[in-house]
Design a binder for this molecule. Structure first.
Ligand SMILES: [Zn+2]
Ligand SMILES: [Zn+2]
Ligand SMILES: [Zn+2]
Ligand SMILES: [Zn+2]
Ligand SMILES: [Zn+2]
Ligand SMILES: [Zn+2]
Length: 435
């Protein structure tokens, strides 16, 4: 039984407004019916937390709340928001840093002035000054506490390549959604302007509302009015020209909700911004279905603190499975040699290991492994697959085969079943490690 995303939908209980939890407007979902025939019951849930233990706000759509309950709900949602404003936190942090001898306390997740060091003696701390405060992702511990906000940071090499890609695409301003490392780099390099939108409120001590706002990309919710003003000014500058939106969503995220957010941003900026998105290669069909303007590039996105999504020792054998998706023309996505090469017939940059297939007229590897062309299938397949005469398609050697075990696989081989044009589709998606 699955759950389907419906959208941002007003509720009768809340004066025909979208109900809000401490994380902003809630999303409407529908529990799919067991047999999938009739529509299931709809409910509102938090857009930021998947786990009800982290955000207990929940409402059935057909449930009519009495006025008193609605009042309590609103009070609770407002009460859980923070005491100090972003501006106050930022100003206080500047004062602490300029005083010298400051520390960042990893237990209290706050900057601590030299005068208060004794109170944090038993806590792990890191020295902090105005210089190190420019790169908070190196000062803070990446969040790992829960599924919805686990934080993975681009490696320095990846950030450099991404900056080059943005430059080649003529981007002057980047709306960084969930990409603090890229934001940090863009601000210090000074070539492009950047505004970071991220769930992590710890950044409020390091960046003012002009360059950072607490934000949830799934309901397009900016937590403060000040942040909202900064966002509007940023996206609408120059009539929206030169703007790119760069998104690093949690893996396994609902792309329907993200697509809705990207359409809203385009509406609000007044022109279609360039869009960049990072997700594993096996999400390609899902990305193309929800965001048809994007194409998958061959760039392998690497993370500093993810042991699988790196080409470093101990990483995945065929490099990171995470790819950059882009809306700009493929030939503009220039990647560094010699790891990548320009494939002239394809007109795009591909990994040096990705071989061009004359018959498919494309560089066919998706997962980083070499592919080979299968003549009977009429397409390229993974080298680990073999053509099976009984199934009339390529598959892993130990696949459940129509030629061996007819009783079990009757449904697959029954003549009434339309034959797939080519190749086994992978039955199971590879495990998503992130969220
Ligand atoms: Zn919530
Ligand atoms: Zn402390
Ligand atoms: Zn090619
Ligand atoms: Zn081929
Ligand atoms: Zn084949
Ligand atoms: Zn077979």
């Amino acid at each position: 039984m699955g759950v389907n995303f419906v959208g941002l939908v007003p509720s009768a209980s809340f004066d025909n407004k979208v109900p809000e939890c401490p994380h902003g407007p809630m999303l409407l979902f529908e529990k799919a019916d067991d047999c999938g025939s009739k529509a299931g019951r709809q409910f509102y849930a938090c857009a930021a937390c998947r786990d009800r233990k982290q955000c207990a706000f929940f409402l059935w759509r057909d449930e009519r709340l009495p006025a008193e309950k609605v009042r309590q709900w609103r009070q609770r949602a407002a009460g859980e928001s923070r005491a100090a404003s972003h501006r106050q936190r930022y100003d206080r942090a500047r004062t602490i840093l300029s005083g010298g001898g400051a520390q960042y306390c990893l237990t209290c997740t706050a900057l601590v002035p030299a005068s208060a060091a004794a109170e944090h003696r038993s806590h792990p701390t890191r020295p902090a000054d105005t210089e190190s405060a420019r790169r908070p992702t190196q000062l803070l511990r990446p969040r790992a506490c829960n599924k919805s906000s686990a934080q993975y940071l681009f490696s320095p090499d990846t950030v450099t390549v991404l900056d080059g890609v943005l430059g080649a695409a003529g981007v002057r301003r980047v709306l960084c959604c969930g990409t603090p490392r890229l934001h940090e780099h863009l601000l210090s390099a000074g070539q492009r302007d950047s505004l970071l939108l991220d769930l992590d409120e710890r950044f409020e001590e390091f960046w003012p509302p002009e360059t950072f706002s607490v934000y949830n990309m799934f309901n397009h919710h900016l937590i403060s009015e000040e942040g909202h003003r900064a966002y509007r000014e940023f996206v609408q500058r120059d009539g929206g020209r030169g703007l790119a939106v760069f998104v690093d969503p949690p893996f396994g995220a609902r792309l329907e909700a993200l697509a809705l957010t990207l359409r809203t941003i385009a509406d609000e900026c007044g022109s279609q911004p360039a869009v960049f998105l990072v997700l594993p290669y096996f999400n390609e069909p899902d990305v193309l279905r929800n965001l048809p303007g994007l194409h998958m590039t061959d760039f392998r996105v690497e993370y500093d603190n993810h042991n699988k999504y790196t080409s470093a020792a101990g990483g995945r054998k065929f490099g990171s499975p995470v790819r950059l998706f882009a809306s700009v023309a493929p030939q503009l996505v220039t990647l560094p040699e010699p790891t990548y090469r320009l494939c002239a017939p394809c007109g795009r940059w591909v990994h040096a290991d990705n071989r061009h297939c004359d018959r498919c007229r494309s560089c066919t590897s998706k997962d980083g492994r070499p592919y080979r062309h299968c003549a009977p299938c009429g397409r390229c397949v993974k080298v680990t697959w073999q053509h099976c005469a009984a199934c009339d398609r390529c598959a892993l050697p130990d696949h459940p085969c129509a030629g061996q075990d007819r009783g079990v696989n009757r449904a697959v081989s029954a003549p009434t079943q339309p034959k797939r044009p080519a190749g086994h589709q992978p039955k199971k998606k590879p495990k998503r490690r992130r969220k």
